[in-house]
Ligand binder design. Sequence first.
Ligand code: GLU
Length: 424
Amino acid sequence: MSTRVTGRYKASTGRYNAFEAVNGLFDKSADRLNMPEWLREVLKTPFREVTVAVPVRMDSGKIHVYTGYRIQHNGARGPWKGGIRYHPEVDKDEVRALASLMTWKTALLDIPFGGAKGGVACDPMNMSMTELERLTRKFVARIAIVLGPQRDIPAPDMGTDGQVMAWLMDEYSSRRGYSPGVVTGKPITLGGSQGRVTATAYGVVIAADAYYKSRNETISGKTCAIQGFGNVGSYAAHFWHERGGKVIAVTDVKGGVYNEKGLDIPALFTWFNEKRTVAGFPSADVMNNQDLLTLPVDCLIPAAIGDVITPDNCGNIKAPLIIEAANHPTMPEADEELYERGIVVIPDILANAGGVTVSYFEWSQNLTQFYWDEERVNIELERKMRKAYLDVQTMARQEKCSKRTAAFMLALKRVGEAEQQRGN
Ligand code: GLU
């Protein structure tokens, strides 16, 4: 697959070059920090990029060769950390961008990790469990050499879940001995943490709550629209609803639903568990992924793929607040336009950092073999999220800049200092 860049777009897909976009955000904040050129180069360049062939025997008996990646972006502050994505659009450029975002995310939350990401270009929705297991084991076998509890610790991302992490743990442990700390997002029985499944969404809603709190408001009574009903989107709907907010629209890959009075979220969960889509949910109108973005809601939550808020559609966005539950859902030009229009964007590296934060708690529980209850996990998560939110808010006010630029400034400063202190 070609990743040639034409202008700012990838010729192969016509889509934005994601890594270039993240580096654009990096430079914007590095300029404000007067960061020297050599340090920028060090911080922008991935430490290690591994590409592997992943031959898998399909249920049909035929062998299909998939391509897998593990990219370790920066490890100055601790072991590399970041999810593994199974999605047809996974390519090196995308994984690089996501690995870089992990470096900034872990630094912003001040957890002792670097940033990495992995992925396999595949379509998990159209694979059987046995095919997924064989794919995972083969992929892990080929990247195990760069993983480890003190080296690089994967986690779930789009298209992967606790089961995939369980296979990863098993495959790695069968080579190196029992190693629960090599991966997070595991099932509880295998050393997973209470609260990890809901952590990203919980963090999203805490970020929203922190924003409203700074304005003496609450989520109660506020409307929101959520793009995506996977792990993050579905639990974000749950927590929004639980706090008295109204979720008026939700979409997923197969369709979407809208009800201006607020969707019945517990009933939508029951529907989704049976049908594997929100589409067709009764007592609601039909909604699509594009129209959802321009609904007149109090808060828009993109919780699916990247690059969905574009220079073409951002002019029509009516929500005064966008919380980026997905990674890089907003293209940089669109981001600038939103800022000029006074629309507040809580950036991905802050908004969706709840997942990796509880991954950190899971990893420390694995290392100490002392396990926390859910209440403790959620209290510690909330504390981390609120602290990061306030740090970003203070920086944005001081610098008179967007929350994204402020978040990157804080993260760059921390990673830059660690890099310099470690020396060459
Ligand atoms: N994949 C998640 C993210 O993008 C979680 C990563 C982790 O827990 O290591 O932040």
